[in-house]
Design a protein around this ligand. Structure first.
Ligand code: F6R
Length: 365
């Protein structure tokens, strides 16, 4: 049931602190300060030489965040593809390769076909899947379950943050297996991941503020989302959520790509949502944001208190997030993009849980 919530989507957004904690519990050994995956004996992470991540939609964006983590922490080369492209591009699959499929349902036809193709080519298969009885869960060599519980709203929310939690744990485990993580660094990762549920709770406390500014976006015909680094996939996810449930045309761009074309779209009628936590990439993204403002663009800045103090002036609105370590920032910043899409859709009166033309599980290719 929806409980006290008006829609399943909102209920599932609010479940995130609990289900992320639930998911992390099976991967973090808090007392030993270690990350432990359910890895079978014959599965040697240290022997993996290349990773291929394949998924669709929101699950693909979780994979995109994971690519940054795998490269940064484990220094392992990562290929990333949407499943429908992977299958038809003659991918080169080297020996000792690992394919990671990511899927809420575990039944998405394109992702499943990619899994089978890679398996036939001798790749090891890891599956980050929410439905434990699904086909992908059964066919994988290494099952890494998310414990989000049933997701009813067609727009994926809690499955995404749980996928990120599992992928962060996998990145840490990979890094350790490859000799790239000292016990101190591992302790630090475990500590920060364990902070995620509280940080998600803090992010949810801005719900009313986001609802209050949603009407400023609801009247737009087009909306752009910008981000850099792991905030780039979040920009893509924000745009996907908005177009799915509010039917407003939205696109996500890497902040630095704006000046290579999309900036031509900017005028006062196009809200630009900028996702920019303070940190090493902040200044760069803010300078892209100022290019937008210089052309009359209306910016909604999603950042922390420090970022908003530094760059919030002149914005149409700001959405303040709690301070978050860069490792958990993608989980935290998922919340405001989900809530913004939700409240814009409610303001427009669309069917939030059952958007037109969409199905929860896409079992056709
Ligand atoms: C977006 C959404 C879809 C799914 C995609 C993959 O809100 O729900 O984009 O993420 O169809 O589905 P799974 O994860 O079940 O493979």
């Amino acid at each position: 049931s929806k409980g006290n919530h008006r829609h399943f989507m909102l209920k599932e957004i609010y479940e995130q602190p609990i289900v992320v904690a639930q998911t992390l519990r099976s991967y973090l050994q808090r007392l030993e300060e270690r990350v432990t995956l359910p890895v079978p004996d014959d599965f040697d992470l240290a022997a993996i030489r290349r990773v291929t991540i394949v998924a669709c939609g929101t699950s693909f964006y979780a994979g995109m965040v994971a690519k940054y983590w795998f490269e940064q922490f484990a220094r392992v080369p990562v290929d990333l593809d949407v499943a429908s492209e992977f299958r038809y591009r003659a991918p080169v699959m080297e020996e000792a390769g690992l394919m990671i499929v990511i899927s809420q349902s575990g039944e998405t036809a394109d992702t499943l076909a990619a899994l089978r193709h890679a398996k036939a080519e001798g790749q090891k298969i890891a599956a980050v899947v929410n439905v434990p009885t699904s086909t992908m869960a059964r066919e994988a060599d290494l099952l890494l379950p998310t414990h989000a519980g049933p997701e009813i709203g067609v727009a994926s929310t809690k499955a995404f943050t749980c996928q990120l939690a599992v992928l962060a744990a996998l990145a840490a485990n990979f890094a350790r297996a490859r000799g790239r993580l000292s016990p101190d660094e591992e302790r630090e990762i475990v500590t920060h991941l364990a902070e995620a549920p509280a940080a998600l709770n803090a992010a949810l406390s801005y719900d009313e503020a986001i609802a209050a500014m949603a009407p400023a976006v609801a009247g737009a015909r087009d909306v752009l989302y910008l981000g850099r680094g792991t905030d780039y996939p979040l920009a893509l996810e924000g745009a996907l959520k908005l177009k799915e449930i509010s039917y407003i045309h939205a696109e996500g761009y890497a902040a630095g790509e704006m000046k290579h074309g999309p900036i031509a779209l900017i005028d006062e009628a196009v809200p630009v949502i900028v996702i920019a936590p303070s940190g090493p990439l902040f200044e760069k993204t803010v300078s892209n944001m100022q290019e937008v403002q210089a052309r009359g663009g209306k910016v909604v800045l999603i950042s922390d208190a420090q970022g908003i103090a530094a760059a919030g002036k002149g914005c149409l609105a700001t959405i303040e997030m709690p301070e978050a370590h860069p490792l958990i920032a993608p989980l935290v910043y998922a919340v405001p993009v989900q809530l913004l899409a939700y409240h814009v859709a409610v303001a427009k009166g669309t069917d939030v849980d059952q958007p037109r033309n969409l199905a929860k599980s896409v079992t056709v290719e």
